[in-house]
Design a binder for this molecule. Structure first.
Ligand code: G16
Length: 557
């Protein structure tokens, strides 16, 4: 059976109402105001089907989310069968198809682009030979059900795809379920589609195993954890995990706040990981009740987490992505040494330019771990972690990250465990259990939160012990609205500007005036803004430093 062109034309005419909008597959897929997304949802649905056809019908994931963005926005991204981000070489296809539908004067213009892409990738258009499989999920945004219909409009009717709709899930759940469904299909499972329940069972099981291996009581080292879920999908999903009969930590140790995912305009509003990290203060709705409590904030789709606490002088202390990666690097390096594996397995940390200078110095000089720097965007950090290390710890300062354990890591651990005939050192068993607690597909606020709680409990550390490992340089992140952010082009992992011409020289002259000064400027890939970051030794000079850079940015745009 051939692709039904007339049927496709009809759906195109009905669905693609937004025209003449330039779509760009940015840091985390397509993202803009929800009302402009119908056309790009239509084309992204088709591209996901083509990706699955190209991969012999494997499950390809599609997530509808705008993560940390305000409630009026939405977005979409495609997930590979192994749960990683869409292959970089397919991102241009996603844009070509979307912009063809947006700018074509008629269906024929769009269809010609589609046929070109199919020919270029040598995809068999004889629908029916291979059945494409798609897993779709969405966060709690009000616009998502309509956009889901645009996304899936052609999948079953035109391409005969089998579509699994997970409903409202976190982004990391969609990644995990896509990966697990493919693994099960490869193993010949006749009903391979994984569910949310599989996710909860797996991570609760890993947490409980780690606690019993380390002989920790089923109670956290911190008396209380408050979780701000940004009024997003993380709230209901975390509640489901905590309500599981297998979850054994006492219910009164974890309290969820900002959990109104059913009030659309509250999403990420003065709360959530991005708000807390950028403003370096408590989110709305949280009043510190005890000085030894720990707090954390997810973002709208629960793929980021940052922690914080308030000291006895009511001072707010942020424990961001850098602090998470240094805590985990310290813990895992120690376990490697105790298991006598520090020369067999390579551990390293991946950061971006946003990493605080003090964290990089601490990792190199105190932990003696290698550090890599990549461009912003988890796909870049993930790639570096996978290709360079056996234990690749990557976190953006904004709290987005995970740890990737290599195939070699699992082989070495398995082989050492089998050699010791059930009498293996605790560190070896700890490493084995810990690796299971980490979502291997993508940064995951829930899994990362469990990993941090477990680490603090094993090390018997209070939030302030964690914090005092190193002191952040005073730092500031500012959003600058400019006429055209695309003119800001960077090099050197986004640490230097190439364009506008001459701007970097001016920024360098500002940096030179401040002790331990560092600043960089880059266009956001998720918001219509340019981001300016600055850090320096003297907190009283930070605002002035940052403002000087901002003024140069504004003058050049
Ligand atoms: C996304 C990306 C992150 C990135 C963030 C901000 O996060 O997944 O890697 O750090 O956007 O990117 P930018 O500075 O380019 O706007 P999220 O949580 O919004 O999906």
């Amino acid at each position: 059976m051939k692709l039904n062109q007339e049927q496709l034309r009809k759906i195109y005419d009905d669905t693609c109402r937004t025209k003449n909008v330039q779509y760009s597959y940015g840091t985390a897929g397509f993202r803009t105001v929800a009302k402009d997304l119908d056309t790009v949802m239509f084309t992204t649905g088709i591209l996901a089907v083509l990706r699955s056809l190209k991969l012999q019908g494997q499950y390809v994931g599609v997530m509808i989310t705008a993560s940390h963005n305000p409630y009026q926005d939405n977005g979409v991204k495609i997930v590979e069968p192994d749960g990683s981000m869409l292959l970089a070489t397919w991102e241009p296809y996603a844009m070509q198809l979307a912009n063809a539908a947006s700018f074509a004067t008629d269906f024929e213009g769009f269809y010609a682009e589609l046929v070109k892409l199919i020919g270029h990738e040598k995809i068999d258009l004889d629908v029916g030979t291979v059945v494409p499989h798609i897993v779709v999920g969405r966060d709690s945004r009000e616009s998502s059900p309509f956009l889901l219909r645009c996304l899936t409009s052609t999948m079953a009717s035109v391409f005969h795809a089998q579509v699994v709709d997970l409903g409202c899930v976190t982004t990391p759940q969609l990644h995990y379920i896509t990966d697990l469904s493919n693994k099960r299909a490869q193993e010949g499972d006749s009903a391979p589609v994984a569910t949310e329940q599989d996710y909860y069972s797996f991570f609760i099981g890993a947490f409980n195993d780690l606690f019993s291996t380390c002989q920790i009581e089923k109670s956290l080292s911190v008396p209380k954890l408050f979780v701000d879920t940004a009024n997003g999908i993380g709230g209901p999903q975390l509640k489901k995990l905590l309500a599981s009969p297998d979850w054994v930590v006492p219910a009164d140790q974890i309290e969820i706040t900002n959990d109104k995912s059913d009030v659309p305009e509250l999403l990420n509003f003065e709360c959530g990981a991005d708000y807390v990290k950028t403003n370096q203060k408590l989110p709305k709705g949280l009043c510190p009740s005890s000085f030894d409590a720990l707090y954390c904030s997810f973002d709208g789709d629960a793929d980021r987490v940052v922690f914080y606490y308030v000291d006895s002088k009511s001072k707010f202390h942020l424990l961001d992505g850098d602090k998470i990666s240094t805590l985990l690097a310290k813990f895992l390096s120690k376990q490697l040494q105790l298991a006598n594996l520090e020369h067999s397995l390579k551990i390293g940390v991946v950061q971006t330019a946003y990493a605080n200078g003090s964290s990089t110095t601490y990792i190199k000089d105190e932990l003696h771990c290698p550090v890599s720097c990549t461009k912003t965007g988890v796909k870049h950090l993930h790639h570096e972690a996978v290709t360079q290390y056996d234990i690749g710890i990557y976190f953006e300062a904004n709290g987005h990250g995970t740890i990737i354990f290599s195939e070699k890591f699992h082989q070495v651990i398995e082989s050492e465990l089998s050699k010791s005939h059930g009498n293996s050192p605790l560190a070896l068993r700890t490493l084995s259990c810990f690796a299971k607690l980490i979502n291997q597909t993508v940064g995951d606020a829930i899994s990362d939160m469990l990993a941090v709680l477990a680490t603090l409990s094993i090390l018997q550390m209070a939030p302030m012990d964690w914090d005092k490992e190193y002191t952040d340089l005073p730092n500031k992140l500012v959003k600058c609205i400019v006429h055209d952010r695309s003119i800001f082009q960077t090099t050197d992992q986004e640490r230097k500007l190439q364009n506008p011409a001459g701007l970097q020289t001016k920024i360098d002259s500002v940096i030179a005036k401040y002790a331990m000064g560092r600043s960089f400027v880059r266009a956001s890939g998720t918001e219509d803004a340019v981001r300016v970051y600055a850090e320096c030794q003297d907190p009283s000079k930070l605002d002035q430093f940052c403002n000087e850079v901002v003024e140069y940015v504004k003058a050049s745009a």
